[in-house]
Design a protein around this ligand. Structure first.
Ligand code: GMT
Length: 377
């Protein structure tokens, strides 16, 4: 199949999912065209089936806001015609589903019927899309998509609760490529850069937005390091990072916390991690938790949104109410204090992650695409 993928090219989970999906589809022989404003961070172009088309928005002094949707929908029209693309798959409703719908309409005028699949990722529904400034346009573009998917049952439920949706939503969970997770024997020296032999390594990865509850992470770690030797790896960048650094300084734990910023060495960090923290306010899925579990890392998380569909309480880690940092720290210590308990949770984390192996999830998308193109849905 010839598929155009529209996504955010940044470090966010939706862009990562879209990129990994496109790359795997390309490996399986599909022709994939990424259409976005800069090259997605995880995109490897050394595959003849992978193409990247940049959306340029020319600067003009009259514009206070650059009309990205206009440029994107025009680019979609051009690329669909040039490469005879058979299906558009847009990730994140805002503004991609809206621009995709406009492209569909323009193509219709030229006698081309191009189906559009929209995948909802989370904040496009729960945080941003729900704002009254966007809501009518988001509802409209979801309803006008040919097929809609969401990354968890919880996000599907939220979408029906928050919007007036007249379409069936197909749940296709996010996935992980497990074959890559083989520890390179030559990188063992990296552990000593992060922690001493007797210290547990605890990690958090995100874009440091408010929704991730960064102060909770520092608080949980503060309690943990009072009981056992431990180090905290803070990976990522965003608006809450400076506050987090200040908080560590005030608590006198700066020497126990490493702030990496955005890193291309996430795999190395996770391969030495003993516990992952994700106490988010809301999380439609929690891809970062799944990535950790795929490296046999148990997860302490909140129980909000789709997290219980990924992190199984008492099995791959523990879940607590949002903000209950006392319980999260207690549960973390339950796992970390005893080598044999940690080993059990590590084993379980990997076995839960295996359920989300790309090998299991990708055929669901392929089947959905075929049915969408054949108008069987
Ligand atoms: O929350 C983020 O870190 C980024 C955000 C995004 O839009 O990229 O992530 C959302 O999509 C991910 C991929 O489907 C999910 O794993 C995240 O749970 C979801 N974030 C929220 O719902 C807050």
């Amino acid at each position: 199949m010839k598929i155009a993928i529209v996504c955010y090219p940044t470090f966010g989970g939706s862009g990562v999912v879209a990129t990994e999906l496109g790359l795997e589809l390309a490996r399986r022989g599909h022709e994939i065209h990424f259409i976005t404003y800069s090259q997605p961070v995880r995109l490897a172009l050394l595959n003849p089936n992978v193409h990247y088309h940049e959306v340029n928005v020319p600067d003009y002094p009259l514009f206070h806001y650059q009309p990205y949707e206009l440029a994107l929908s025009s680019k979609l029209v051009d690329m669909v015609k040039l490469y005879q693309i058979e299906l558009l798959h847009v990730h994140y409703a805002i503004p991609h589903a809206y621009a995709g719908y406009m492209a569909k309409q323009m193509l219709k005028d030229e006698g081309i019927d191009i189906p559009m699949v929209t995948t909802l990722h989370g904040t496009d529904i729960t945080l941003v899309g729900n704002h009254p400034f966007y809501k009518p346009a988001v509802s409209f573009s979801i309803n006008k998509s040919d097929v809609v998917t969401s990354v968890s049952q919880s996000l599907k439920d939220d979408t029906y609760k928050l919007f007036n949706i007249n379409k069936d939503i197909h749940v296709i969970p996010n996935f992980i490529e497990l074959n890559n997770n083989i520890k390179d024997p030559n990188i063992s020296c990296h552990r000593s850069v992060m922690a001493k032999e007797n210290e547990r390594i605890i990690t958090h990865i995100s874009n440091f937005r408010k929704v991730k509850r960064i102060p909770d992470i520092i608080t949980i770690f503060y309690k943990i390091q009072q009981e056992i030797p431990a180090k905290l790896m803070m990976v990522g960048d965003g608006p809450e990072k400076e506050m987090a650094e200040d908080m560590c300084h005030k608590l006198g734990i700066s020497d126990k916390v490493i702030f990496f910023g955005n890193s291309n060495e996430i795999d190395k960090i996770l391969s030495y991690t003993d516990l992952f923290l994700l106490p988010s306010e809301t999380e439609s899925f929690g891809l970062a938790a799944l990535e950790a579990m795929a490296w046999s890392v148990p997860v302490i998380s909140s129980n909000s949104g789709g997290l219980p569909e990924v992190n199984f309480d008492g099995v791959s880690g523990y879940l607590s109410e949002v903000g209950n940092t006392d319980e999260m720290a207690e549960n973390a210590l339950k796992i970390l204090k005893d080598d044999s308990v940690l080993a059990e949770f590590k084993k379980n984390a990997l076995s839960v992650a295996k359920q989300f192996d790309i090998e299991n999830i990708l055929p669901l998308y392929e089947d959905l695409y075929r049915k969408t193109i054949n108008k069987e849905l």
